[in-house]
Design a protein around this ligand. Structure first.
Ligand code: TYD
Length: 254
């Protein structure tokens, strides 16, 4: 069985990542419904392989094709419990090391239960955040450094690498403003506090933002950096272009 494709979306809170992952999933679904046969995919430097085409949401099928949409933290029953623990503002006493360990516990479970089986079955996996988030937030934001994160990734995640990472990085100022607006709306609805991460100071987010830039500069073959204060449509166009160019061949294999 050919390995599928692993695409991750990354960015600061408030970068519009969730909107974009939903639009990308819808685009993949539309493409699949228009394709009479499965399209072929190509990784840079790797011979062209044939993969299954795409569907919508985990397990849902479009014709005979399928893809999996997941997120971190969360995405498995165990991961959802870890997510609740991590994002709960009552966990403010959590140490940075404990936080990093929980992120990796969540990820190791998601790889074992969802991501690797889907890739082994030749599916496309679309994941909202992955280890780049840990490097940016815990490595950069919490100042634990990249090395610890990358070593844990090798040890606990078999060094599984995305084939393509779409990194949405609007200006720091715009990201912070959007995150605040979103929090205010959500807090008004739920009557709850802002979540723990979103209570962090601007300096924290600046470190996260800078670490993301560093990752993009270090791994240009994997990471497509979509930066600047673009409209939702403009970002979507760039994402579609990156996915089309880098992963989908122009025409289906004969
Ligand atoms: P979420 O509500 O999913 O935010 P978003 O919609 O912006 O993805 O919350 C996830 C939070 O967890 C977000 O602030 C980033 C943080 N996070 C880490 O700090 N480290 C990690 O490894 C991951 C996956 C997320």
């Amino acid at each position: 069985m050919q390995r599928g494709f692993f695409i991750t979306l990354e960015g600061l809170d408030g970068s519009g990542k969730t909107t974009q992952i939903n639009r990308l999933a819808a685009w993949l679904k539309k493409r699949a419904s228009e394709e009479p046969r499965a399209p072929s995919f190509r990784r840079p430097g790797v011979p062209t392989d044939r993969f299954s085409s795409v569907g919508w949401r985990s397990g849902e099928r479009v014709g005979s094709h399928e893809f999996v949409l997941t997120r971190q933290p969360g995405g498995t029953p165990t991961g959802d419990r870890i997510r609740a623990l991590l994002l709960d503002s009552r966990s403010t006493a959590l140490s940075p090391m404990a936080e990093m360990a929980l992120m990796f516990a969540d990820r190791a479970q998601a790889i074992a239960q969802v991501i690797q089986p889907a890739l082994d079955a030749g599916k496309i996996v679309l994941c909202d955040r992955f280890t780049d988030s840990t490097e940016a937030y815990q490595g950069g934001g919490r100042q634990l450094g990249s090395q610890a994160v990358l070593e844990l990734h090798r040890l606990l995640c078999s060094n599984l690498q995305p084939d393509l990472t779409l990194l949405l990085l609007p200006s720091l100022e715009a990201s912070l403003a959007r995150a605040r607006r979103r929090n205010q709306r959500e807090n008004a609805k739920s009557g709850q506090d802002e979540n723990r991460f979103e209570l962090e100071q601007d300096a924290f987010y600046r470190r996260v933002w800078e670490k993301y830039q560093e990752i993009a500069a270090r791994e240009p073959a994997r990471v497509v950096l979509i930066q600047g204060d673009l409209s939702i449509d403009e970002v979507h166009e760039q994402i579609v272009e990156a996915v089309s160019e880098r992963l989908l061949t122009a025409s289906p294999m004969a």
